[in-house]
Ligand binder design. Structure first.
Ligand code: NAD
Length: 371
Protein backbone atom coordinates (compact mmCIF):
# COMPACT_ATOMS: atom_id res chain seq x y z
CA UNK A 1 0.00 0.00 0.00
CA UNK A 2 1.75 3.25 -1.09
CA UNK A 3 2.09 6.06 1.45
CA UNK A 4 0.66 9.57 1.40
CA UNK A 5 3.29 12.05 0.25
CA UNK A 6 4.40 15.57 1.13
CA UNK A 7 5.95 17.53 -1.74
CA UNK A 8 7.68 20.90 -1.96
CA UNK A 9 5.65 23.33 -4.12
CA UNK A 10 8.51 24.01 -6.57
CA UNK A 11 9.12 20.28 -7.13
CA UNK A 12 5.42 19.67 -7.71
CA UNK A 13 5.17 22.63 -10.12
CA UNK A 14 8.11 21.33 -12.17
CA UNK A 15 6.62 17.82 -12.33
CA UNK A 16 3.14 19.00 -13.36
CA UNK A 17 4.69 21.30 -15.99
CA UNK A 18 6.67 18.31 -17.33
CA UNK A 19 3.44 16.34 -17.67
CA UNK A 20 1.63 19.00 -19.70
CA UNK A 21 4.67 19.77 -21.86
CA UNK A 22 4.93 16.05 -22.64
CA UNK A 23 1.19 15.96 -23.32
CA UNK A 24 1.56 18.58 -26.06
CA UNK A 25 1.21 22.02 -24.43
CA UNK A 26 3.77 24.77 -25.02
CA UNK A 27 6.18 25.17 -22.13
CA UNK A 28 4.48 28.52 -21.28
CA UNK A 29 1.07 26.86 -21.03
CA UNK A 30 2.42 23.81 -19.19
CA UNK A 31 4.04 26.14 -16.65
CA UNK A 32 0.80 28.12 -16.27
CA UNK A 33 -1.31 25.00 -15.68
CA UNK A 34 1.24 23.82 -13.10
CA UNK A 35 1.33 27.23 -11.40
CA UNK A 36 -2.46 27.45 -10.97
CA UNK A 37 -3.00 23.83 -9.96
CA UNK A 38 -0.26 24.02 -7.34
CA UNK A 39 -1.58 27.43 -6.20
CA UNK A 40 -4.93 25.76 -5.46
CA UNK A 41 -3.16 23.16 -3.29
CA UNK A 42 -1.15 25.89 -1.59
CA UNK A 43 -4.27 27.73 -0.45
CA UNK A 44 -5.89 24.51 0.76
CA UNK A 45 -8.27 23.81 -2.15
CA UNK A 46 -6.83 20.39 -2.96
CA UNK A 47 -10.02 19.67 -4.89
CA UNK A 48 -8.83 22.11 -7.57
CA UNK A 49 -5.16 21.32 -7.35
CA UNK A 50 -2.90 18.72 -8.93
CA UNK A 51 -5.48 15.97 -8.36
CA UNK A 52 -7.02 17.40 -11.56
CA UNK A 53 -3.92 16.71 -13.68
CA UNK A 54 -4.94 13.18 -14.79
CA UNK A 55 -8.35 14.45 -15.90
CA UNK A 56 -6.83 17.36 -17.77
CA UNK A 57 -4.43 15.01 -19.59
CA UNK A 58 -7.32 12.75 -20.52
CA UNK A 59 -9.39 15.74 -21.71
CA UNK A 60 -6.48 16.79 -23.97
CA UNK A 61 -6.13 13.26 -25.37
CA UNK A 62 -9.92 13.16 -25.99
CA UNK A 63 -9.87 16.53 -27.80
CA UNK A 64 -12.25 17.91 -25.17
CA UNK A 65 -9.71 20.68 -24.50
CA UNK A 66 -7.04 22.10 -26.85
CA UNK A 67 -3.51 23.30 -26.17
CA UNK A 68 -2.42 26.93 -26.51
CA UNK A 69 -5.68 28.62 -27.51
CA UNK A 70 -6.40 32.34 -27.73
CA UNK A 71 -9.86 33.71 -26.91
CA UNK A 72 -11.93 34.86 -29.89
CA UNK A 73 -13.86 38.13 -29.47
CA UNK A 74 -17.51 37.43 -30.33
CA UNK A 75 -18.67 40.98 -29.61
CA UNK A 76 -17.24 44.04 -27.90
CA UNK A 77 -18.01 47.58 -26.73
CA UNK A 78 -15.89 49.90 -24.59
CA UNK A 79 -17.10 48.31 -21.36
CA UNK A 80 -18.18 44.85 -22.54
CA UNK A 81 -16.59 41.85 -24.18
CA UNK A 82 -18.08 38.50 -25.11
CA UNK A 83 -15.27 35.99 -25.53
CA UNK A 84 -15.11 32.44 -26.80
CA UNK A 85 -12.44 30.36 -25.09
CA UNK A 86 -12.54 27.83 -27.96
CA UNK A 87 -12.13 25.01 -25.43
CA UNK A 88 -8.62 26.11 -24.55
CA UNK A 89 -7.22 25.28 -21.12
CA UNK A 90 -8.96 27.44 -18.51
CA UNK A 91 -5.54 28.36 -17.13
CA UNK A 92 -4.81 29.99 -20.50
CA UNK A 93 -8.09 31.50 -21.68
CA UNK A 94 -9.38 32.71 -18.27
CA UNK A 95 -6.36 34.99 -17.65
CA UNK A 96 -6.74 36.33 -21.20
CA UNK A 97 -10.37 37.21 -20.39
CA UNK A 98 -9.42 38.77 -17.05
CA UNK A 99 -6.73 40.88 -18.71
CA UNK A 100 -9.36 42.28 -21.10
CA UNK A 101 -11.70 43.05 -18.17
CA UNK A 102 -8.87 44.77 -16.28
CA UNK A 103 -7.98 46.99 -19.25
CA UNK A 104 -11.62 48.00 -19.83
CA UNK A 105 -12.40 48.69 -16.17
CA UNK A 106 -9.23 50.75 -15.75
CA UNK A 107 -10.31 52.90 -18.70
CA UNK A 108 -14.02 53.26 -17.89
CA UNK A 109 -14.45 52.37 -14.20
CA UNK A 110 -16.50 49.22 -14.82
CA UNK A 111 -16.52 46.35 -17.29
CA UNK A 112 -18.39 43.14 -17.95
CA UNK A 113 -16.70 40.17 -19.61
CA UNK A 114 -18.59 37.07 -20.70
CA UNK A 115 -16.36 34.05 -21.32
CA UNK A 116 -17.80 30.90 -22.86
CA UNK A 117 -16.34 27.56 -23.87
CA UNK A 118 -13.38 27.68 -21.49
CA UNK A 119 -11.70 24.48 -20.39
CA UNK A 120 -11.87 23.93 -16.61
CA UNK A 121 -10.86 27.28 -15.06
CA UNK A 122 -9.97 25.73 -11.69
CA UNK A 123 -10.40 28.02 -8.70
CA UNK A 124 -12.54 31.02 -9.60
CA UNK A 125 -10.53 32.78 -6.89
CA UNK A 126 -7.44 32.79 -9.14
CA UNK A 127 -9.18 35.22 -11.47
CA UNK A 128 -10.43 37.49 -8.68
CA UNK A 129 -6.87 37.49 -7.28
CA UNK A 130 -5.51 38.51 -10.69
CA UNK A 131 -7.99 41.43 -10.82
CA UNK A 132 -7.20 42.37 -7.21
CA UNK A 133 -3.48 42.48 -8.02
CA UNK A 134 -4.42 45.09 -10.63
CA UNK A 135 -6.34 47.04 -7.93
CA UNK A 136 -9.81 45.99 -9.10
CA UNK A 137 -12.86 44.54 -7.41
CA UNK A 138 -14.37 41.65 -9.36
CA UNK A 139 -17.49 39.49 -9.21
CA UNK A 140 -17.65 36.16 -11.05
CA UNK A 141 -20.61 33.91 -11.82
CA UNK A 142 -19.42 30.55 -13.18
CA UNK A 143 -21.22 27.48 -14.50
CA UNK A 144 -20.03 24.13 -15.76
CA UNK A 145 -21.50 23.15 -19.08
CA UNK A 146 -22.10 19.44 -19.50
CA UNK A 147 -21.65 18.77 -15.79
CA UNK A 148 -24.88 17.80 -14.08
CA UNK A 149 -23.94 17.08 -10.48
CA UNK A 150 -26.21 18.96 -8.10
CA UNK A 151 -29.81 18.51 -7.03
CA UNK A 152 -31.78 21.75 -6.58
CA UNK A 153 -33.47 22.61 -3.26
CA UNK A 154 -36.45 20.32 -2.90
CA UNK A 155 -35.33 17.87 -5.66
CA UNK A 156 -33.27 14.69 -5.97
CA UNK A 157 -32.54 14.74 -9.72
CA UNK A 158 -29.43 16.60 -10.90
CA UNK A 159 -30.33 19.94 -12.41
CA UNK A 160 -27.36 22.26 -11.70
CA UNK A 161 -23.57 22.25 -11.94
CA UNK A 162 -21.38 23.08 -8.94
CA UNK A 163 -21.48 26.64 -10.34
CA UNK A 164 -18.99 28.65 -8.26
CA UNK A 165 -19.56 32.27 -7.24
CA UNK A 166 -16.68 34.57 -6.36
CA UNK A 167 -16.07 38.16 -5.23
CA UNK A 168 -12.58 39.63 -4.79
CA UNK A 169 -11.70 42.98 -3.22
CA UNK A 170 -8.12 44.31 -3.23
CA UNK A 171 -6.48 45.39 0.04
CA UNK A 172 -3.79 48.02 0.47
CA UNK A 173 -0.08 47.42 1.09
CA UNK A 174 0.16 44.04 -0.62
CA UNK A 175 -2.25 42.37 1.84
CA UNK A 176 -4.13 39.37 0.41
CA UNK A 177 -7.50 40.36 -1.09
CA UNK A 178 -10.84 39.82 0.59
CA UNK A 179 -11.92 36.77 -1.35
CA UNK A 180 -15.24 34.97 -1.24
CA UNK A 181 -14.98 31.97 -3.54
CA UNK A 182 -17.13 28.88 -3.25
CA UNK A 183 -19.05 26.25 -5.17
CA UNK A 184 -22.81 26.69 -4.81
CA UNK A 185 -23.00 22.96 -4.11
CA UNK A 186 -22.78 21.82 -0.49
CA UNK A 187 -19.22 20.71 -1.40
CA UNK A 188 -17.24 21.23 -4.63
CA UNK A 189 -17.18 18.09 -6.79
CA UNK A 190 -13.41 18.04 -6.35
CA UNK A 191 -13.92 17.62 -2.60
CA UNK A 192 -15.87 14.42 -3.31
CA UNK A 193 -13.02 13.44 -5.68
CA UNK A 194 -10.47 14.05 -2.90
CA UNK A 195 -12.59 12.01 -0.45
CA UNK A 196 -12.88 9.16 -2.97
CA UNK A 197 -9.07 9.13 -3.22
CA UNK A 198 -8.63 8.65 0.51
CA UNK A 199 -8.47 12.34 1.40
CA UNK A 200 -10.65 14.38 3.76
CA UNK A 201 -14.19 12.93 3.90
CA UNK A 202 -17.15 15.12 2.91
CA UNK A 203 -19.94 15.81 5.44
CA UNK A 204 -22.57 13.10 5.86
CA UNK A 205 -25.30 15.34 4.41
CA UNK A 206 -23.34 16.58 1.36
CA UNK A 207 -24.85 14.08 -1.08
CA UNK A 208 -28.35 12.81 -1.69
CA UNK A 209 -29.41 9.35 -2.86
CA UNK A 210 -32.20 8.87 -5.42
CA UNK A 211 -34.56 7.93 -2.56
CA UNK A 212 -33.94 11.30 -0.88
CA UNK A 213 -31.70 9.91 1.93
CA UNK A 214 -28.55 11.93 2.72
CA UNK A 215 -25.00 10.52 2.64
CA UNK A 216 -21.30 11.46 2.53
CA UNK A 217 -20.33 8.35 0.52
CA UNK A 218 -18.57 9.32 -2.79
CA UNK A 219 -20.09 6.22 -4.45
CA UNK A 220 -23.40 8.11 -4.56
CA UNK A 221 -21.72 10.40 -7.10
CA UNK A 222 -19.28 8.06 -8.86
CA UNK A 223 -20.83 4.59 -8.58
CA UNK A 224 -18.19 1.81 -8.44
CA UNK A 225 -14.48 2.72 -8.99
CA UNK A 226 -10.96 1.34 -8.52
CA UNK A 227 -8.80 3.13 -5.87
CA UNK A 228 -6.35 4.69 -8.40
CA UNK A 229 -8.75 4.47 -11.34
CA UNK A 230 -10.76 7.23 -12.97
CA UNK A 231 -13.92 8.64 -11.40
CA UNK A 232 -16.93 9.19 -13.62
CA UNK A 233 -19.67 11.29 -12.09
CA UNK A 234 -21.97 9.92 -14.78
CA UNK A 235 -21.88 6.52 -13.06
CA UNK A 236 -23.41 7.51 -9.73
CA UNK A 237 -27.15 7.52 -9.19
CA UNK A 238 -27.17 10.24 -6.52
CA UNK A 239 -26.30 13.95 -6.52
CA UNK A 240 -24.44 16.59 -4.53
CA UNK A 241 -26.84 18.87 -2.66
CA UNK A 242 -26.99 22.62 -3.24
CA UNK A 243 -25.64 24.61 -0.26
CA UNK A 244 -27.76 26.84 1.93
CA UNK A 245 -31.23 25.51 1.15
CA UNK A 246 -33.32 27.58 -1.26
CA UNK A 247 -30.83 30.49 -1.16
CA UNK A 248 -27.80 28.51 -2.39
CA UNK A 249 -29.93 26.65 -4.89
CA UNK A 250 -31.22 30.02 -6.16
CA UNK A 251 -27.70 31.46 -6.45
CA UNK A 252 -26.63 28.37 -8.42
CA UNK A 253 -29.67 28.80 -10.65
CA UNK A 254 -28.58 32.38 -11.42
CA UNK A 255 -25.00 31.21 -12.16
CA UNK A 256 -26.48 28.88 -14.79
CA UNK A 257 -28.57 31.71 -16.26
CA UNK A 258 -25.73 34.31 -16.30
CA UNK A 259 -22.61 32.19 -16.93
CA UNK A 260 -24.36 29.60 -19.08
CA UNK A 261 -27.36 31.10 -20.91
CA UNK A 262 -26.14 34.73 -21.21
CA UNK A 263 -22.52 33.98 -22.19
CA UNK A 264 -23.76 31.61 -24.91
CA UNK A 265 -21.76 28.66 -23.55
CA UNK A 266 -24.93 26.90 -22.44
CA UNK A 267 -26.36 25.74 -19.14
CA UNK A 268 -25.35 22.45 -17.53
CA UNK A 269 -28.34 20.60 -18.97
CA UNK A 270 -30.49 19.11 -20.26
CA UNK A 271 -27.98 16.58 -21.58
CA UNK A 272 -28.52 14.40 -24.59
CA UNK A 273 -30.96 11.58 -23.81
CA UNK A 274 -29.32 8.70 -21.93
CA UNK A 275 -26.29 10.72 -20.76
CA UNK A 276 -25.60 11.54 -17.10
CA UNK A 277 -22.50 13.55 -18.00
CA UNK A 278 -21.84 15.74 -21.05
CA UNK A 279 -19.40 14.57 -23.70
CA UNK A 280 -17.29 17.66 -22.93
CA UNK A 281 -17.02 19.71 -19.75
CA UNK A 282 -16.42 23.45 -20.07
CA UNK A 283 -16.82 26.53 -17.94
CA UNK A 284 -18.74 29.72 -18.62
CA UNK A 285 -17.93 32.83 -16.58
CA UNK A 286 -19.70 36.18 -16.41
CA UNK A 287 -17.38 38.67 -14.69
CA UNK A 288 -17.91 42.24 -13.51
CA UNK A 289 -14.83 44.42 -12.87
CA UNK A 290 -15.00 47.63 -10.81
CA UNK A 291 -12.25 50.23 -10.38
CA UNK A 292 -12.66 51.74 -6.87
CA UNK A 293 -11.07 55.03 -7.97
CA UNK A 294 -14.09 55.78 -10.17
CA UNK A 295 -16.44 55.47 -7.17
CA UNK A 296 -14.80 58.15 -5.02
CA UNK A 297 -11.61 58.49 -2.99
CA UNK A 298 -9.92 55.04 -3.08
CA UNK A 299 -8.22 55.73 0.26
CA UNK A 300 -11.64 56.38 1.86
CA UNK A 301 -12.88 53.04 0.47
CA UNK A 302 -9.82 51.24 1.84
CA UNK A 303 -10.29 52.86 5.27
CA UNK A 304 -13.99 52.03 5.42
CA UNK A 305 -13.29 48.44 4.31
CA UNK A 306 -10.48 48.04 6.85
CA UNK A 307 -12.65 49.36 9.67
CA UNK A 308 -15.40 46.95 8.67
CA UNK A 309 -12.99 43.98 8.48
CA UNK A 310 -11.89 44.74 12.05
CA UNK A 311 -15.48 45.21 13.25
CA UNK A 312 -16.59 41.94 11.57
CA UNK A 313 -13.69 39.92 12.98
CA UNK A 314 -14.21 41.35 16.48
CA UNK A 315 -17.44 39.38 16.98
CA UNK A 316 -17.02 37.19 20.08
CA UNK A 317 -16.25 33.58 19.04
CA UNK A 318 -19.17 31.19 19.50
CA UNK A 319 -16.94 28.61 21.19
CA UNK A 320 -13.80 28.66 23.35
CA UNK A 321 -10.64 29.06 21.22
CA UNK A 322 -12.71 29.94 18.15
CA UNK A 323 -12.22 32.98 15.93
CA UNK A 324 -14.08 34.89 13.26
CA UNK A 325 -12.29 35.01 9.90
CA UNK A 326 -13.01 37.19 6.87
CA UNK A 327 -13.36 35.60 3.42
CA UNK A 328 -9.92 34.77 2.02
CA UNK A 329 -8.23 34.51 5.41
CA UNK A 330 -8.21 30.68 5.62
CA UNK A 331 -6.57 30.50 2.18
CA UNK A 332 -3.92 33.10 3.04
CA UNK A 333 -3.02 31.21 6.23
CA UNK A 334 -2.85 27.85 4.48
CA UNK A 335 -0.68 29.32 1.74
CA UNK A 336 1.86 30.50 4.31
CA UNK A 337 1.84 27.08 6.00
CA UNK A 338 2.20 25.01 2.83
CA UNK A 339 4.76 27.29 1.18
CA UNK A 340 6.95 26.46 4.17
CA UNK A 341 6.00 22.86 4.92
CA UNK A 342 5.06 21.39 1.54
CA UNK A 343 1.86 20.05 0.00
CA UNK A 344 0.32 16.82 1.32
CA UNK A 345 -1.22 14.43 -1.22
CA UNK A 346 -3.12 11.21 -0.56
CA UNK A 347 -1.35 8.11 -1.94
CA UNK A 348 -4.12 7.33 -4.46
CA UNK A 349 -4.07 10.85 -5.88
CA UNK A 350 -0.26 10.77 -6.16
CA UNK A 351 -0.28 7.38 -7.90
CA UNK A 352 -2.91 8.63 -10.38
CA UNK A 353 -0.72 11.67 -11.21
CA UNK A 354 2.32 9.42 -11.75
CA UNK A 355 0.22 7.17 -14.01
CA UNK A 356 -0.84 10.25 -16.01
CA UNK A 357 2.85 11.26 -16.32
CA UNK A 358 3.81 7.78 -17.58
CA UNK A 359 0.88 7.82 -20.03
CA UNK A 360 2.50 10.80 -21.81
CA UNK A 361 6.05 9.39 -21.51
CA UNK A 362 7.49 11.72 -18.89
CA UNK A 363 10.98 10.38 -18.15
CA UNK A 364 11.18 8.23 -14.99
CA UNK A 365 14.01 10.46 -13.77
CA UNK A 366 11.57 13.40 -13.80
CA UNK A 367 9.13 11.69 -11.43
CA UNK A 368 9.82 13.11 -7.96
CA UNK A 369 9.94 11.00 -4.84
CA UNK A 370 7.50 12.37 -2.28
CA UNK A 371 8.39 12.04 1.35
P1 NAD B 1 -15.19 26.34 0.56
O1 NAD B 1 -16.44 25.66 1.01
O2 NAD B 1 -13.91 25.92 1.17
O3 NAD B 1 -15.41 27.90 0.82
C1 NAD B 1 -14.35 28.76 0.51
C2 NAD B 1 -14.77 30.18 0.81
O4 NAD B 1 -15.23 30.30 2.18
C3 NAD B 1 -13.55 31.09 0.73
O5 NAD B 1 -13.97 32.37 0.33
C4 NAD B 1 -13.03 31.09 2.16
O6 NAD B 1 -12.22 32.21 2.44
C5 NAD B 1 -14.31 31.09 2.93
N1 NAD B 1 -14.14 30.43 4.24
C6 NAD B 1 -13.82 29.14 4.46
N2 NAD B 1 -13.76 28.89 5.77
C7 NAD B 1 -14.06 30.05 6.40
C8 NAD B 1 -14.16 30.44 7.77
N3 NAD B 1 -13.94 29.57 8.76
N4 NAD B 1 -14.49 31.71 8.06
C9 NAD B 1 -14.70 32.60 7.06
N5 NAD B 1 -14.63 32.29 5.74
C10 NAD B 1 -14.30 31.04 5.42
O7 NAD B 1 -15.03 26.28 -1.03
P2 NAD B 1 -15.65 25.20 -2.04
O8 NAD B 1 -17.09 25.41 -2.20
O9 NAD B 1 -15.16 23.87 -1.64
O10 NAD B 1 -14.93 25.64 -3.41
C11 NAD B 1 -13.55 25.31 -3.60
C12 NAD B 1 -13.07 25.86 -4.90
O11 NAD B 1 -13.67 25.16 -5.97
C13 NAD B 1 -13.33 27.32 -5.18
O12 NAD B 1 -12.10 27.93 -5.45
C14 NAD B 1 -14.22 27.33 -6.41
O13 NAD B 1 -14.02 28.42 -7.29
C15 NAD B 1 -13.81 26.05 -7.06
N6 NAD B 1 -14.80 25.50 -8.00
C16 NAD B 1 -14.52 25.56 -9.33
C17 NAD B 1 -15.42 25.02 -10.24
C18 NAD B 1 -15.15 25.06 -11.72
O14 NAD B 1 -15.94 24.52 -12.48
N7 NAD B 1 -14.09 25.65 -12.18
C19 NAD B 1 -16.60 24.42 -9.80
C20 NAD B 1 -16.84 24.39 -8.43
C21 NAD B 1 -15.94 24.94 -7.53
Amino acid sequence: MPNDVQIAPAVLRAFIADIFAAAGCSSAEAGRIARYLVAANLCGHDSHGVIRAPRYVQALKNNEVFADQTVAVASETGSLAVLDGRFGFGQTVAPQAVAIGIAKARALGAAVVALRNAGHIGRAGDWAEMAAEAGLISIHFVNVQGSLLVAPFGGVDRRISTAPFCVGVPRPDGAPPLLLDFATSHVAEGKVLVASAGGKPVPGDALINPDGSLTGDPHALYGEYEPAGPRNSGNGLGAIRAFGGHKGSGLAFMCEILAGALTGGGTCGPLEPGLRRGRRISNGMLSVYLAPGFFGDPAAFEDAATRYVEFFASSRPDSPGGEVLVPGEPEARMRAEREAGGIPLPADAWQAIIAAARSVDVAETHIPQGR
